[in-house]
Design a protein around this ligand. Sequence first.
Ligand SMILES: Cc1cc2nc3c(=O)[nH]c(=O)nc-3n(C[C@H](O)[C@H](O)[C@H](O)COP(=O)(O)OP(=O)(O)OC[C@H]3O[C@@H](n4cnc5c(N)ncnc54)[C@H](O)[C@@H]3O)c2cc1C
Length: 399
Amino acid sequence: MKIGIIGGGIGGTAAAHALLSKGHDVTVFEQAPAFGEVGAGVQMTPNAVKAVKGLGLYDTLLESGFFPKAIVGRNWRTARENFRIDLGQEFQAHYDAPYIHVHRADLLDLFATQLPPECCRFGVKCTGVELTGRGARASFDDGSTFEADLIVGADGVRSAVRGSLFGTGDLRWTGHQCYRALVPTGGVVDHVNPDSTFWMGPNAHVVTYYVKGGEMVNIVAVTEATEWVDESWSTRASREDMLADFEGWHPDLAKLFSQVEEVYNWGLFDRDPMDGWTKGAVTLLGDACHPMLPFLSQGAAMAIEDAYVLGEALSLSRNDLAAGLAAYEAERRPRTSKVQLEARERGRTYHLPTEEEMAARDAEYARRAKEDPRTTGINTDWVYDYDPRGFASRVGELA
Ligand SMILES: Cc1cc2nc3c(=O)[nH]c(=O)nc-3n(C[C@H](O)[C@H](O)[C@H](O)COP(=O)(O)OP(=O)(O)OC[C@H]3O[C@@H](n4cnc5c(N)ncnc54)[C@H](O)[C@@H]3O)c2cc1C
């Protein structure tokens, strides 16, 4: 099939790789002058790593990945450990994949370097799509158009493709904003270590983890904001604002934040799950259809799972587009909807405002740890358990 993918982020490039490897004729349209990602980390949870295995890129991922020892929850003021999920051999064997931290640029490169240059068009912004008798047509801001058997909208939270066919109305400002920064690991302090650490405090939380093979600490520090904050990776903030917003938190965090040279802030938006994301020869993928709060570390993971499943679904349906897209959406929509809503719920439980509520939450974490350590804390066993590689056996023959 001739396929156009709008958006060359992590989702679009992963989808292009998946579809090219199935023999389709793929073109990616990216509005930026080149593929690029900002200086920040991504936690690749086992489900995402399984999708990367399915896409045949696992060994390359390992080259740029950092392997944390545990996911640890800590009290915001005392650094007391509230929960611990060990990420060692047993965890990896259970999920058939490790938990890996990567720099966003390395993750994008993992997929983008697989794409032949002639498949990629840069500096073209999609302004809309329409269905045609035989497929779909995308229009661009330079006046050009592109007709294909299938158009995939992988153009992020403000998707023009989604806007064209499903409307733009319901982007939700979640009332959260986050600071993000990278600090060299050289001068870091006790409790900021190779674990993936969730510091939970009143109306705020901080996540710290290593990236770049352990050379840098990635910091995501989330607060609640009364005023709307722009959704942009490139809005600069100040170290002083960051320190002021986390005044009274554990001294290790203050020491870490005081080493920040460049800090950005980002307003967090999501949407309600969609009732459907395919119309005729147009479908959506990644943040374009299921933007979510980053509190389960799943946005990129869901986009990569989508990419793998889309490639498989079109193969299994032997190019019966309607059957393939129906199977893709049937596999992906229930899962991504649940993850979207659960990520929103974590925005509440990570930010409980009073000491009493926090103590009750932490007691519940301890209770679950005794029952099954994999379900304690952020409680993501059900997220990590999913294996996109089982899709073919779940759906059987589609054609
Ligand atoms: C603070 C923070 C931390 C996060 N941490 C994690 C994590 O640890 N793990 C995880 O899995 N996820 C994480 N995420 C989520 C993850 O970053 C996103 O879900 C993921 O990047 C979505 O990828 P995408 O390709 O769907 O969209 P995007 O990354 O938004 O890519 C869309 C692409 O489309 C292009 N584009 C947009 N509009 C047009 C147009 N009209 N025409 C042409 N091109 C267009 C854009 O330039 C961009 O390149 C985090 C998010 C945030 C905010």
